[in-house]
Design a binder for this molecule. Structure first.
Ligand SMILES: Cc1ncc(COP(=O)(O)O)c(C=O)c1O
Length: 395
């Protein structure tokens, strides 16, 4: 079943339920689990329904924190090996939005504290920070980060300059949704820690997109989605918390595990479908079967090629340095396509009718298109995108 990397490409679409007529260049937005992962999840659901009470109430988790066998903990141990951390510091959350809300709503802010976000932050996460600041009497500080083309150290310096004596927590992206740039997270964390600022990393696009070693980054919290690039079914997120920050960490939903430690508190937020979480190890193993390094390399090279090819085709500038590119690129569109949200929606709709799924994004002075490279994509998909934009009707 494993395919050699030089044989990745459109014919692998048979492993996905994706419409074969569509050039699906949007894997990053909500993910797309392979068929075998969905089949595994379906079989698991059948197993649950064989005796739901037995499955969900006895053995799924350990709500009393007594250390009895727990399927959730087994699954987390597997995931921990993939993202390089201790399973004791890891919890499943529905998605990264839940992970960020969990941290920011349980942190003991004092009035006058500051939560910092950046101009590269994802809108929903910035909203979560805004609400947490409002609810805790803190202030929100939005730090301006450089545009694509800047060197990694310039991002570190800009972040450092934006911190104030009141900043308690800064939320930074590991792989930014708008620019698709891989940030120098370890250096950013070091700069923040040097000023006593805690760091919550939004790694929404990271697991499965680039290799990840959470502990090596040195952050205080790291939250990520497995349903985007790690092929897990939706919705499946993780939240890693450094031991020092665990005493005040509480799940968004309080239930039976209350006061019994991180595992008990997070693994059972009332009755819910555990199948996405319990399917994550299978998804990770399937990636391993295809070859993790082969996937990273193929997707990175295709994304990088897409950046060069499309910018040349459209006469725009793709400024991202190669070390800051993972499996996704954001490419500037020709200026005549506009600058507004309505312009972006017109471009997206045009691509959709041309059989291409890719998001059009707005930046301050124009539009971008974001291309996700996944092993079922190849250059033909990118060329199709290039031509579709060339054919965009101008008024
Ligand atoms: C950087 C970033 N953060 C957070 C999110 C939110 O992810 P979710 O809706 O799965 O919580 C996204 C979604 O694309 C994202 O790109």
């Amino acid at each position: 079943m494993a395919e050699p990397a030089d044989d990745f490409g459109a014919h692998l679409r048979k492993h996905w339920k994706l419409n074969p007529d569509i050039a699906y260049l949007n894997h990053g937005t909500v993910g797309a689990p392979p068929r075998r992962v969905l089949e595994f999840q379906r079989a698991l659901s059948d197993q649950i329904e064989d005796n739901p009470a037995r499955f969900l109430l006895r053995g799924l988790d350990d709500i009393s924190g007594t250390g009895k066998p727990s399927r959730m903990r087994d699954a987390l141990s597997h995931v921990a090996g993939f993202v390089d951390c201790s399973p004791d510091d890891l919890a499943f959350v529905d998605n990264i939005t839940a992970g960020v809300n969990t941290v920011l709503r349980s942190f003991p802010f004092r009035p006058g504290d500051e939560i910092a976000v950046t101009t590269l932050g994802y809108g929903g996460i910035t909203n979560a920070a805004t609400f947490a600041a409002r609810a805790s009497g803190s202030n929100l500080n939005t730090i301006e980060l450089p545009r694509p083309g800047a060197e990694p150290y310039e991002f570190v310096e800009a972040l450092d300059r934006g911190l104030t004596p009141a900043t308690r927590i800064v939320v930074i992206d590991h792989l930014a949704a708008t620019t698709s740039l891989v940030m120098p997270v370890a250096d950013m964390v070091a700069a923040c820690h040097a000023k006593g600022v805690l760091v919550l990393v939004d790694g929404a696009h990271v697991p499965g997109n680039i290799p990840l070693d959470i502990v090596a980054l040195g952050a205080d919290w790291y939250t990520a989605n497995l349903h985007k690039w790690a092929w897990a079914p939706r919705s499946c997120g993780v939240l890693w918390t450094s031991p020092a920050q665990q005493p005040h960490l509480r799940p968004l939903v309080t239930s039976w595990g209350f006061d019994n430690g991180l595992a008990a508190e997070f693994d059972h937020p009332g009755t819910r479908d555990p199948s996405p979480f319990l399917s994550a190890p299978f998804a990770i193993d399937l990636m391993r079967e295809f070859g993790l390094d082969a996937i990273y390399t193929y997707n990175h090279e295709l994304a990088w090629w897409a950046g060069q090819f499309l910018a040349e085709q459209w006469g725009t500038t793709f400024a991202a340095p190669k070390p800051m590119v993972g499996s996704m690129v954001t490419v500037p569109l020709p200026t005549h396509l506009g600058t507004t949200v309505a312009d972006a929606e017109r471009v997206r709709a045009w691509l959709e009718q041309a059989g291409i799924e890719a998001p059009a994004l707005i930046r301050p002075d124009g539009l971008d298109v974001r291309v996700s490279a996944q092993i079922y994509c190849d250059r033909t998909d990118i060329e199709r995108l290039g031509h579709a934009i060339d054919d965009f009707p101008t008024a």
